[in-house]
Design a protein around this ligand. Structure first.
Ligand SMILES: [Zn+2]
Length: 549
């Protein structure tokens, strides 16, 4: 496209003229957010004083009340909890540990999923390979008292569990070799869990998951014919519900259009294998800090800035989806929703429809030139594509929902849902910078002359859904094994990468794909531009995939 020089100069001038946040306001935001920051104090309280915040845990309720009180402490009069639902059973985690006692002493790094059973006491006993079929089970009967069974086949877990319970067996131990791949290599322990449990029929037997290197040592001893003895003590506690679940909402009322809103937020809940620092203590802390900054500088936005901290995100965007469902009629008055949920890397940009670009440019004008170390870019996309966070609940309902682009030295894959998601993973200067970006973006959007345009807004399918399959994100149908493609959707990411039916997926980026769940996390965690490694006709090949278009 031809762009005369004069037009560029003119555009640069108008941009400054029409910036929605004045230079004085921006200077005040930076001073408050960089020199007087409280963002790491918010994070410290959230993840260390309170701790992990599993949806339905006592901690999450404490965190929601604390966040509400903290918003109020900034001078926000209208900060409250709004119930979005309930879980039938609550789950709280106590300490857990494991060790091998025979043939050698060794610590076993392990975890269990949420809403699964713990032990009743430190439980020490022989570790036996789990029977693999009915004959092996028949042979094992009568010898299951006080034992742990290693790697039960999925199809036999129920049967084996019944046999263990009948004889007083301790439970199951699972693990897989590092060479099996999976996310990030051998040292990650992922935590998940399914909240659909019945309090009157709680799970009885623990399913202890081992870190790969620990598993390999045990497996080697068993392969070499040695007697192996292990001990685990796992404190998993259930609470009879219904457990009410809340979103936290705090409003800085608009001076001209109090009935119109800009939403800024992140999810407050976390998995509970660590302290939920980068998923998503970091985003909850910047949400609180952006509110503090704007109150501290006496910002008087034209529209209402609504800070929201959702819960149930990890179980499928439950809190935000329920809230959007309940408030559907009001959403025509919502300009945009900004979600920070990508870990501790600094906010490096925002991606919207081309029609939004001029407005976004006036909103982010001060940020575009404020830091050379942490640059910021407005990118145009052809459609909003699913990533897997609460903004999608809004986008699915027609409100432009944004998930910040992030960049920096933090490795989100290392901490996302793993045992390493602890306070030390957060990077203070990034947290401070991101808080400034969010405060500026929120104020700028709230001050726009018009709501953010929805002209030609395109939303890719698969939005706002719980537990999207990785296959859908890629645009393929997968075999029962979850890694072999049986069908490629026309025009999909997979089609553009040249993938075909029959291709077996091996890796996305450097993340191995063993099962459907791996594909989903690899795509969730991966950058928008990535590579896919697959096997076709016995030959391994690699292709580029991009989630931009
Ligand atoms: Zn998250």
């Amino acid at each position: 496209m031809f762009t005369p020089r004069t037009v560029v100069l003119f555009a640069a001038c108008t941009q400054a003229l029409f910036a929605q946040v004045t230079p004085e306001q921006f200077a005040a935001i930076r001073h408050e957010g960089l020199e007087r920051s409280r963002v790491m104090a918010h994070l410290d309280h959230l993840v260390n004083r309170i701790g992990p915040r599993l949806t339905s845990s006592d901690n999450l309720t404490v965190a929601a009340e604390w966040a509400r009180d903290t918003f109020q402490g900034f001078g926000i009069a209208d900060a409250h909890l709004e119930q979005w639902g309930e879980f039938a059973v609550g789950f709280n985690r106590g300490p857990w540990w494991g060790r091998m006692t025979q043939p050698e002493a060794m610590e076993l790094v392990c975890n269990t999923d949420a809403w699964t059973a713990g032990t009743r006491m430190p439980s020490r006993g022989p570790l036996l390979p789990a029977p693999k079929d009915a004959d092996e089970l028949a042979a094992a009967k009568g010898r299951l008292n006080g034992v742990w069974l290693l790697n039960p086949p999925a199809r036999m877990v129920k049967e084996l569990g019944a046999a263990l319970e009948a004889e007083g067996g301790f439970g199951f131990v699972t693990g897989r070799p590092a060479r099996a791949g999976g996310r990030g290599g051998s040292d990650l322990l992922l935590t998940g869990g399914n909240p659909r449990v019945d309090f009157d029929r709680l799970p009885n037997l623990p399913m202890v998951r081992l870190r790969s290197d620990c598993y390999e040592v045990l497996q080697k001893h068993l392969d070499d014919g040695r007697q192996v003895e292990v001990e685990f003590d796992v404190r998993n506690h259930f609470r009879k519900g219904p457990i009410p679940l809340y979103n936290v909402i705090a409003d800085i009322p608009g001076t001209e259009h109090p009935e119109q809103f800009v939403v800024v937020g992140g999810h407050l809940d976390s998995w509970d294998g660590a302290t939920g620092t980068t998923d998503n203590g970091t985003g909850a802390a910047t949400t609180l800090e952006a509110a503090r900054i704007l109150m501290a500088i006496g910002a008087r936005p034209k529209r209402t800035i609504r800070f929201m901290l959702w819960s149930g995100e990890e179980q499928g965007l439950l809190g935000s989806r329920a809230w959007v469902q309940k408030h559907k009629e009001e959403l025509v008055n919502y300009s945009a929703c900004l979600v920070h949920d990508g870990g501790t890397n600094y906010l490096s940009g925002i991606a919207g429809m081309a029609a939004m670009h001029p407005q976004l440019e006036t909103v982010f004008a001060p940020i575009l030139t404020s830091s050379t170390e942490m640059p910021f870019q407005i990118r145009d996309i052809e459609a909003f594509t699913p990533i897997g966070s609460d903004h999608e609940s809004f986008t699915a309902a027609g409100v432009p929902g944004f998930f910040w682009n992030q960049a920096g030295r933090a490795n989100y894959t290392h901490t996302h849902h793993t045992q390493y998601d602890t306070y030390d993973a957060a990077i203070p200067e990034y947290q401070r910078h991101s808080s400034v970006v969010i405060a500026t973006g929120a104020l700028g959007l709230a001050n726009l002359p018009e709501l953010l345009t929805r002209e030609n807004m395109k939303v890719q399918r698969g939005f706002g859904g719980a537990r999207r399959g990785g296959g859908r994100m890629l645009g393929v149908v997968l075999d029962d094994d979850g890694v072999t493609i049986t069908e490629v959707t026309d025009g999909s990411v997979a089609a553009k990468a040249g993938l075909k039916a029959g291709d077996r997926l091996v890796r996305i980026g450097d993340k191995g794909i063993q099962e459907l769940r791996d594909l989903r996390t690899a795509l969730d965690d991966g950058p928008p531009q990535n590579t896919v490694t697959f096997v076709r006709d016995g030959t391994q090949q690699t292709a580029d995939i991009t989630f931009e278009k």
